[in-house]
Design a protein around this ligand. Structure first.
Ligand code: ZN
Length: 379
């Protein structure tokens, strides 16, 4: 993951993202009708994708407000996720060329299969530009209801970094990092989400949990990152022969003990409706990382400084280039980023819980929108 631009999120977008809980009844009615517009848009998107014509931009300027609170309580077993995160880290580093990769790929696929998901391993080779060495990389795709054509991708990278270019110890900058947060926390959240999908009551959308390889492929100061998501995005027909995914949510570095999610700038620009949806679900659930991410109260109840939103290149970016709404959930305010201090003691179950719950609630909301789309379009 790299920064592209370092700018503040506009106050307008922050205000727009943070007002989900304070709307008046008249605004509710307006947003109710906007939901219908979005439902139609989702349906039209599927039609556009099915006909294989050039995708048109999503109506990202359409705000989404949840019409009703979530019916059933969401469950995310944070302790189980944290235990799996610990096991993943203990299994070793996952930089490209690492000797234990195949064993770990097998283990991760098994975890997802055990959740009764249909698991595929997408293999591909990439040549490292500087050394000219070819590496075999693997994306893992775990599908919930593979029969459904309206599909949402929830993705995170599973590889860890070969370098520690941000480490204060210059002698250790060429050594691979542990990546307990960066490369592991998202995987643990996806494992637990995989187990919870069948309890969510999703009746309309299918979900693909995707573990991307090669997010960390780029050398320091290069732009050769995200090669796994680029490969998958460039071969979407293999996985989505009938309709392209209607939305992509990527999580990265979601385990920081001091968690805060400022909305990422490319997501706010290119996938505004989806970004708003995710943040509003987080705020509705009173998850501190989302509230503090919008400049609200922090964990101790004190008013937090407005966190810095940034434009970030990550695994959501290749989908944005295809005009598929793709949003990124990331806490880059992490002093151990790309250092040897990114270890398990910097990660907490509570942070995994917050990321997981927001994703589960977002999936329920998207399913609700899809249900409205089908009822709107039916004769
Ligand atoms: Zn990284």
């Amino acid at each position: 993951m790299i920064f592209d631009k370092q700018t503040q999120l506009s106050p307008f977008i922050v205000a727009s993202l943070s007002n989900g809980d304070t709307r008046s009844s008249s605004l509710s009615r307006i947003f109710e009708s906007l939901i219908v517009v979005l439902a139609i848009t989702l349906c039209q998107l599927s039609e556009i994708h099915r006909s294989e014509s050039k995708p048109t931009p999503v109506v990202d300027s359409t705000p989404i407000i949840s019409p009703r609170p979530t019916a059933s309580p969401l469950i995310f077993d944070a302790q189980r996720a944290f235990t799996e995160l610990t096991e993943l880290v203990d299994r070793g580093q996952r930089y490209y060329g690492a000797p234990q990769r195949e064993e770990i790929i097998h283990w991760m696929s098994q975890r997802l299969s055990a959740a009764k998901l249909e698991v595929k391993e997408q293999r591909f080779t990439v040549t490292e530009p500087q050394s000219k060495v070819k590496y075999l990389l693997t994306n893992i795709v775990a599908r919930f209801h593979p029969d459904r054509t309206q599909r949402i991708i929830i993705g995170s990278h599973w590889d860890t970094r070969l370098w520690a270019e941000e480490d204060h110890d210059l002698k250790k900058r060429n050594l691979p990092i542990t990546g307990a947060n960066d490369g592991s926390s998202g995987v643990a959240v996806l494992f637990e989400i995989g187990r919870q999908l069948s309890h969510l009551g999703l009746n309309h959308i299918g979900v693909d949990l995707i573990l991307f390889d090669g997010e960390e492929f780029g050398r320091p100061r290069s732009d050769n990152y995200c090669v796994g998501s680029k490969f998958l995005a460039n071969h979407l027909q293999d996985l989505y022969p009938h309709a392209l995914p209607v939305g992509v949510i990527v999580i990265d570095m979601v385990g920081d003990r001091d968690l805060s999610f400022p909305p990422e700038l490319s997501s706010a620009k290119h996938a505004r409706a989806l970004t708003q949806l995710v943040w509003r679900e987080g705020v509705k659930l009173k998850l501190p990382a989302f509230i503090s991410g919008l400049g609200g109260e922090n964990h101790q109840g004190a008013k937090s400084r407005r966190p810095r939103s940034q434009w970030i290149i990550d695994d959501h970016s290749p989908f944005q280039e295809l005009k598929i709404p793709a949003t990124l959930l990331i806490d880059l305010d992490y002093p151990h980023w790309h250092t040897h201090q990114d270890t398990i003691d910097k990660v907490s179950p509570e942070s995994l819980r917050q990321a997981g719950l927001a994703l589960l609630a977002s999936l329920k909301r998207l399913d609700h929108i899809a249900s409205r789309a089908s009822s709107t379009m039916s004769p």
